[in-house]
Write a protein that binds this ligand. Structure first.
Ligand code: HEC
Length: 288
């Protein structure tokens, strides 16, 4: 059953975007979820399991799904129900004959990101690649990945200068810049203009560090909308793993109460993650 899914996927791929590895419509995690046969029990969408013993996965936090899946596939977590998974996959010492290879950590990551991703997200926070992380998850992942990943702050230079930035950001590369001579009536603010050099500057940063378009890139803005747009742009330019930090640096605005409108809900700063007003010139953005 799984072989057929896999073969049809390969065929579909050879018609669409062979060099990208996954089609633009389907996030990588979703394809891996099918390829590994997770759909056999958890349902095609992770929402409609095929048996009542199987939990719904979609919408649970990505970090939770990753950790639980890792525990199951490494054989660490066993319950009266995990044998269902053990029957299909090669887990633990007593491997079933003809078992399927358990997915590796990288595949589980992408699956978890897809499953955990977009349920609670509004349209403006969603991206084509569907790779979402909260600031807390981003921090953990960046620590694990070390110099094999980049955190890029895509806010304006003014925001960075006056509000500070995450200490681990590799660069500030603004996705948009304000035109202080033009007023945007609809937004009741200065007009924001796309930075036409955005993609090329990201590429430049990767090259400088000997990294490639496969390198995981984490984009952070104020509260997750600009970083989503920037992620889509990089996706179109062939960057393969572009994550958007869904809650951003300052986070979303509180909806009611005396502090209504203030950004005290979530985000990098509110989560107590390391950030600084002490800017590093090498990380700043200069017009060349
Ligand atoms: C043969 C059926 C089956 C297949 C195939 C299967 N699962 Fe499961 N999965 C289960 C069952 C049953 C449980 C509940 C285990 C328990 O409660 O101990 C479970 C639990 C989980 C959990 C823990 C959920 C939670 O809320 O704690 C995760 C995560 C998970 N599966 C991910 C996956 C992924 C990813 C794949 C594909 C690589 C997969 N599963 C394939 C049956 C399956």
């Amino acid at each position: 059953m799984k072989r057929i899914t896999f073969a049809s996927m390969i065929m579909a791929l050879s018609f669409s975007l062979p060099e990208v590895g996954h089609s633009e419509e389907t996030p990588a995690g979703q394809e891996l979820f099918q390829k590994h046969g997770c759909t056999n029990c958890h349902g095609a969408d992770g929402v409609h399991p095929t048996s009542r013993y199987v939990p719904i996965l979609r919408g649970k936090p990505a970090g939770y799904i990753f950790e639980n899946a890792s525990a199951i596939f490494s054989g660490q977590h066993k319950s009266e129900k995990t044998h269902f998974m053990h029957d299909q996959f090669c887990i633990g010492d007593a491997k079933e004959e003809g078992c399927y290879p358990a997915p590796n950590q990288a595949d589980l990551r992408l699956i978890a990101d897809w499953l955990g991703g977009d349920k609670a997200l509004s349209e403006k926070h969603k991206t084509e690649q569907g790779l979402y992380v909260t600031s807390v998850d981003a921090y953990k992942r960046l620590q694990d990945l070390g110099d094999q990943a980049l955190l890029i702050d895509v806010r304006t230079r003014a925001e960075v200068a006056f509000l500070g930035m995450p200490t681990m950001a590799a660069a500030n590369i603004p996705y948009m810049t304000p035109d202080f001579e033009t007023w945007d009536e609809a937004k009741q603010n200065f007009k924001m203009v796309p930075n036409s050099e955005f993609t090329i500057r990201v590429q430049g940063l990767l090259s400088k560090r000997g990294l490639t378009k496969d390198t995981p890139i984490f984009l952070i803005c104020r509260s997750g909308s600009r970083s989503a747009k920037a992620a889509n742009l990089l996706g179109l330019a062939g960057f393969k793993q572009v994550y958007t930090v869904t809650d951003g640096f300052e986070g979303g605005q509180i909806k009611e109460g005396p502090r209504k409108g203030e950004r005290v809900v979530n985000g990098w700063k509110n989560a107590g993650l390391p950030w600084t007003y002490q800017l590093d010139k090498d990380v700043m953005y200069f017009d060349l």
